[in-house]
Design a protein around this ligand. Sequence first.
Ligand SMILES: NC(=O)c1ccc[n+]([C@@H]2O[C@H](COP(=O)([O-])OP(=O)(O)OC[C@H]3O[C@@H](n4cnc5c(N)ncnc54)[C@H](OP(=O)(O)O)[C@@H]3O)[C@@H](O)[C@H]2O)c1
Length: 236
Amino acid sequence: MTGERFLVGTGFSSAIGQALVTMLPPDWNVLALGRTPVRGSSVDYHPVDFRQPAERWLPEVSQRLSHLARPVDGVVYMAGVTYSDAVESTTVGEWQDTLAVNLTAAFHLGQVLSPYLHRDSSVVLLGSVDAWHASQVGPAAAYGASKAGLVGLVRHFAAEWGERGVRVNGVSPGALHSGNGPADLTVELSVAQRIALGRLGEPVEVARVLVFLLSEAASYITGAWIPVDGGLNLTY
Ligand SMILES: NC(=O)c1ccc[n+]([C@@H]2O[C@H](COP(=O)([O-])OP(=O)(O)OC[C@H]3O[C@@H](n4cnc5c(N)ncnc54)[C@H](OP(=O)(O)O)[C@@H]3O)[C@@H](O)[C@H]2O)c1
């Protein structure tokens, strides 16, 4: 890796992650953590399954970072799973996986990355509108609870690391044309009716906000959540 700025992130195999890689300015180099290998001229990959207890993956990530021995300028946490089950039918395993991938790993990654963060480092966690609203498309209490946990994490990371000049923010997408977005056209149309802009969002529209938060243009923003939802649920 040769670039000047170094980003450690998760969820790069998702549509948002792919869009982010293509939009990042060329001086960024990325270390992508996840199950699906993601590589590119400026992207390196380290295999991690966040469903595993942190003791199983944290030491290796820590070792890799210490071997690289370079400051971390950006962190983007995009790993996420959802099972869309009603409360009654959510299994113990689904609850545990959702919390492990969406929330617990974000906390532990923050712990291991903290010593590498410096003045002007930017950390961004990807939440969801489901942290604030129950979805009418598919019930997902575990998903909503995990994303609500990220809301607290952003505030606490931002408060603890602010004096070091580290910024921590969250981005909260609504319904997108990608992975966890509505799969069929009828559902999509009913969702679009509740969105002020009248359409679903594109992954690139989320990636643009991630690029902004990573940049100097966001130098005085920390502890904030930016909705990227086209005005979902503005009316009742
Ligand atoms: N699509 C939407 O409408 C929408 C709306 C709001 C928020 N979001 C959020 O946007 C992010 C991307 O979601 P997406 O909808 O594009 O879904 P997706 O395509 O299913 O992507 C999920 C991402 O999470 C990673 N991931 C899942 N399980 C993992 C595990 N056990 N260990 C490590 N990484 C894991 C995947 O990486 P691997 O391939 O390496 O497993 C993948 O990159 C998620 O945080 C999601 O909650 C999406």
